[in-house]
Design a protein around this ligand. Structure first.
Ligand code: ADP
Length: 394
């Protein structure tokens, strides 16, 4: 029997959607709505390998999702059989520690969390409201990017600032990409035939956004992103860790406003700040041509990654596996090679041939006798969300 789940990921101007059958785990439809709130929006809807595109003005998420439903009606598959809708929610704050079935009280609590994620949570809520209006007879479920990190111990999630102030505003490390870290860490245990209960591992989710986590017995004990997704590793356009003193410095010396600094650190830093490009596929030819900015960008990226892995080795004491995932982690050979080579004294032994091989499969890129197993495992956040959604409604 099929059990289709509709998954929605609503950004400020876009909606990504998928229908996944929870029984067979097959994807039966995918779609992307773009330019919500702009002059003219687009929708690309794919079912049975056929892509159907259309254009329309989408003043808001409500109109966009109504058009999505119309595309389903016109081109299939039917949404009548959908048993639940899973919504990606970026920030669950301290309130939401797990995937949660949505009711009016949950919506109210999500609204209270807007100050923690002013860019991400409002479109998420708008999407939930619109989807509940379109599909009122099925359960809607919120899947939080932060939930997997609700197990962080206080010494990992607390910033060394005044505790009263931190409590009042909910200032702490939350961590993001949790759905991916959770999915990939389970896959790694499965791949190696390990029992989660006694398995220490590190997962590096290296996409356009990037984060790394230390996981003990299936529970995250530390992660690189913080109060916001700006902290930690070097990313496509985000700086990752900088001295917090940089913000007042830029305000005082460069005359930048808080909004300008926020934009600078989130959108004009990281790889693009260092080299002018945010995508490794553009960085690679620049490095080949000896471009000094590109070479430095790679050096900084790898240096930061090695530093985090080293600190998680120390925190965990003993690590059995390191897994790379997401666009960069799954495809960028040199980042993996340079990182693993540097970690050789700690028991990470690279198999260069396996590392160079192109594959979409979960695979090992360390030698068979490497004390630490190094893996590449493709992430699948939609499938992870579908599974979470089913578990929540059951
Ligand atoms: P997002 O965070 O947007 O989901 P992805 O996980 O899709 O990002 O990662 C996108 C990034 O992955 C790109 O910006 C690029 O740096 C890198 N990437 C994707 N494909 C390749 C490839 N074939 N070779 C090298 N890098 C790649």
């Amino acid at each position: 029997m099929s059990k289709p789940i509709l998954l929605l990921n609503c950004g400020s101007s876009s909606v990504k959607y998928q229908v996944i059958d929870a029984e067979s785990e097959a994807v039966t439809a995918t779609g992307l709505i773009q330019r919500i709130g702009e002059d003219l929006g687009t929708i690309d809807h794919t079912h049975d390998g056929n892509k159907h595109s259309d254009q329309r003005v989408y003043p808001d998420h409500k109109v966009a999702l109504a058009h999505m439903v119309a595309m389903f009606e016109q081109y299939g598959p039917s949404l009548n059989e959908v048993v639940a809708v899973g919504h990606r929610c970026v920030h669950g704050g301290e309130r939401f520690r797990e995937t949660t079935v949505i009711d009016d009280a949950v919506i109210a609590a999500l609204r209270e969390l807007i100050p923690l994620a002013p860019l991400h949570n409002p479109p998420g809520i708008a999407g939930i409201d619109a989807a509940r209006a379109e599909l009122p007879d099925v359960p809607h479920v919120a899947v939080f990017d932060t939930a997997f990190f609700s197990t962080l111990p206080a010494q990992a999630y607390s910033y060394a600032i005044d505790t009263d102030l931190a409590k009042r505003y909910g200032i702490r490390k939350y961590g993001f990409h949790g759905t991916s870290h959770s999915y990939v860490s389970r896959k790694a245990a499965e791949f190696l035939g390990k029992d989660m209960a006694s398995f220490n591992q590190i997962v590096a989710h290296l996409g356009n956004g990037a984060s790394i986590s230390a996981i003990q017995a299936g529970a995250a004990v530390d992660t690189s992103m913080g109060l916001t997704p700006l902290a930690g590793l070097v990313m496509g356009t985000r700086s990752g860790d900088v001295d917090p003193g940089l913000t007042p410095f830029l305000a005082n010396q460069a005359g930048m406003s808080i909004a300008e600094i926020d934009d600078f650190l989130n959108k004009k830093s990281g790889l693009i700040g260092l080299s002018g490009v945010n995508d490794f596929r553009d960085l690679e030819p620049m490095m080949d041509a000896g471009d000094e900015r590109a070479l430095l960008a790679m050096d900084v990226y790898v240096h930061r990654l090695i530093s985090y892995i080293g600190s998680y080795l120390a925190l965990l004491g003993h690590v059995e596996a390191l897994t790379f995932t997401a666009g960069v982690g799954e495809n960028q050979v040199m980042v993996r090679e340079r990182t693993i080579r540097a970690l050789e004294p700690f028991g990470f032994v690279l198999d260069p041939e396996a590392n160079n091989a192109r594959s979409k499969q979960a695979r090992r890129i360390s030698t068979p006798d490497s004390p630490v197993a190094v893996l590449v495992i493709p992430t699948n956040e939609e499938l992870a969300m579908a599974r979470e959604t089913v578990a929540a409604i059951n």
